[in-house]
Every structure is written in structure tokens, then in C-alpha cells.
Design a protein around this ligand. Structure first.
Ligand code: FES
Ligand code: FES
Length: 162
């Protein structure tokens, strides 16, 4: 263990984790490089694209902007943990809606889009189109497939209300 290592503790996808990490490690590095959770992508590294989004205590946040030490004791859900949030279904309802609407092309933005959508629907189960656009404004899709993404979020909202 390096002399300047710190102990990081937190819940990741429902599992309590404890590990030694360098104090200057970003949360995105901890998740990808130490835990192998490569679903989140690191692209811009300045909080502009949303590809690195995760849920931290229920809120969608850019993991590239957070230092790991800021999240000690937090409850983290990554894209790999989404389906476990709904034990009865193989996919989370939002994932199912993205699949049914074909709301992805290359898929690079999809994990971040899903995380933002889940966060939105947890807070606002019946959002308007404008509220969905606003909630996804921090997520960029380089393939510009926004139409199916918006329809998928609307479909997920409907399916969750039934
Ligand atoms: S990589 Fe984090 S917002 Fe772009
Ligand atoms: S599907 Fe390719 S970046 Fe969004």
C-alpha cells in the first residue's frame, strides 16, 4: 500500500466495498479501473457529455467531476446495477423502453442517458416532453438519436404508471 493511500468505503450496486485508493482518484477511475464497471464511459472529463453518469444517493451525477473521497459512505448505482433495482424484471423498465424504441445507435451515450432518465422518473414519474428534454440536457448523443430517446423515456413513464 502506498503511504498516501486512503481507505474508501461505500456501497456500489448494492455491495459494500472497502479499498485503498490514492487520495486524488476520481470516482470514474475508481469505478472503471478498480471495480471493472466499464459501462460508464469517460469522454470529455469536464462534465459536458454525461457519458460517465452514475446515481449517487439517487441523484444523477457526472462521475468524472467527483473525487472518490467526496463519495465515501455514498450509495452508488452504475448502469450495471440498474436492473437489480427492479428484482422482478430482467431489465429495468427504462432499459426495456430504450430497447423497444431502438433508442440507441452506437450506444456510447446510452448508459448516461439511462441513468439520467431513471433519476428523472424517480423524482417525476410523469414528466412532460419539455421536462424530459431538460433532464437529459447534460447528456450528449453524438449520433443525434434524440427522438427515440425521448419517446423511450415517455414510454417508460407510462409503463411505470400502469
Ligand atoms: S466524461 Fe464525464 S461528463 Fe463527459
Ligand atoms: S447512440 Fe451513439 S452517441 Fe448516442
Amino acid at each position: 500500500m502506498a503511504n498516501n493511500a486512503m481507505i474508501w468505503k461505500g456501497s456500489v450496486n448494492g455491495v459494500e466495498r472497502e479499498m485503498h485508493i490514492p487520495p486524488a482518484m476520481r470516482l470514474s477511475e475508481l469505478l472503471r479501473d478498480h471495480l471493472g464497471l466499464n459501462g460508464l464511459k469517460v469522454s470529455c472529463e469536464i462534465g459536458r457529455c454525461g457519458s460517465c453518469m452514475i446515481l449517487l444517493d439517487g441523484a444523477a451525477v457526472n462521475s468524472c467531476l467527483l473525487m472518490a473521497y467526496q463519495c465515501v459512505g455514498g450509495e452508488i448505482i452504475t448502469i450495471e446495477g440498474l436492473s437489480d433495482m427492479d428484482k422482478e424484471e430482467a431489465l429495468h423498465p427504462v432499459q426495456q423502453a430504450f430497447l423497444e424504441e431502438g433508442a440507441f445507435q452506437c450506444g456510447y451515450c446510452t448508459p448516461g442517458m439511462l441513468i439520467s432518465s431513471v433519476s428523472l422518473l424517480n423524482e417525476n414519474p410523469n414528466p412532460s416532453r419539455e421536462e424530459i428534454i431538460d433532464a437529459l440536457s447534460g447528456n450528449l448523443c453524438r449520433c443525434t438519436g434524440y427522438g427515440p430517446i425521448l419517446r423511450a423515456v415517455e414510454k417508460a413513464a407510462q409503463s411505470q404508471s400502469n
